[in-house]
Design a protein around this ligand. Sequence first.
Ligand SMILES: [Zn+2]
Length: 89
Amino acid sequence: MSGGGTPDLELALLRRSLGEISGKVEHCHSCERALLIGERVYEYENGELRCALCRVERAGQSAPWHTVHTAAHGHSLRLLDRRPARRAA
Ligand SMILES: [Zn+2]
């Protein structure tokens, strides 16, 4: 037993979930542009993220993609009704 498992994969998964939790903005590795909400981002095996425009540079390589979601994911505000309760006269 090496006891090591697959640390690279685990790290990659951890990093990804942390990124989602902290709401960090994702950037394209090629053009370094901040990716927009709802944009399709391609993830390559070496961890590179590329936007749909830069993907053509690696057209021969297939990659899984996901949609960029809001940076405020999980942190959206709820409007509270803070008006004082009306008192009966
Ligand atoms: Zn790009």
